[in-house]
Design a protein around this ligand. Structure first.
Ligand SMILES: [Cu+2]
Length: 235
């Protein structure tokens, strides 16, 4: 992913009111740098040694973080308190979590710690209607787009982590997994939308060293096309 400096609030401002002035001082403050990278942090794409499968361990802590967002309707920053993914190098989280980089064949372990306050009025012992948003300080983790196990300690969205709990996920990424840009986010019924809109999400990039020409007999044309596409995209 290139150093694309995204200005979420600026984009919103432009869409909401293309005529709205966006002061230079605000623009400089609002520009986001790319989040830090975890997992495969080095190694050239073409380096065969870099392609050997590895065990990767990364840690995500879910915490409240104070920040500010540009409000185009008032022409000033609003202070916000967000539920955020905090990790090494991103202690002062700005809206989104760190980027995780891995390769097909890697075993990716993600240690998730829920450091949100236990005092959660939205979480009642008996939830009358589970389809009403609730338990905003409880969470879990989903690797959006990965072809990995959806059970056990892998990409299991039926797990629930209350405040104070921690868990180590393990994702065995198949060797023939297409390269691509995916993302991770919470997926707990009741709190997903609130947490994702609060910025709990991060990019997950799978890199390949070279285009694989191997085609499994059982793989459909759809899969084959996805492989070709991923090879094409990753160069
Ligand atoms: Cu998803």
């Amino acid at each position: 992913m290139r150093n694309v400096a995204l200005v979420f609030s600026a984009v919103v401002a432009f869409i909401a009111n293309p005529q709205a002035a966006f002061p230079e001082s605000a623009r400089v403050e609002a520009v986001l740098k790319n989040p830090p990278v975890m997992g495969r942090t080095g190694g050239a794409l073409g380096d065969p040694k870099a392609a050997a499968p590895r065990d990767l361990l990364v840690a995500l802590s879910v915490e409240y973080r104070d920040g500010q967002m540009w409000n185009p309707s008032t022409n000033r920053f609003d202070r916000v308190r967000l539920r955020s993914y905090v990790s090494k190098g991103i202690e002062n989280a700005k809206l989104v979590g760190s980027t995780i980089v891995a390769r097909p064949g890697d075993t990716l372990r993600v240690r998730l710690t829920n450091n949100l306050p236990a005092d959660d009025p939205s979480c009642q012992r008996q939830q009358a209607n589970i389809n009403i948003p609730h338990c905003f300080n409880s969470t879990n983790l989903h690797m959006h787009g990965l072809w990995v196990s959806p059970a056990g300690n892998s990409d299991n969205v039926f797990l629930t982590f209350r405040p104070g709990m921690h868990f180590e996920h393990e994702y065995s990424i198949p060797e023939d997994h297409p390269a691509g840009t995916f993302w991770y986010h919470p997926h707990l019924h009741g709190s997903t939308a609130l947490q994702v809109s609060s910025g709990m999400g991060g990019a997950l990039i799978l890199r390949v060293t070279a285009c694989r020409r191997r085609i499994e007999p059982a793989i459909s044309m759809f899969c084959f096309d996805r492989h070709r596409l991923s090879c094409f995209l990753s160069g």
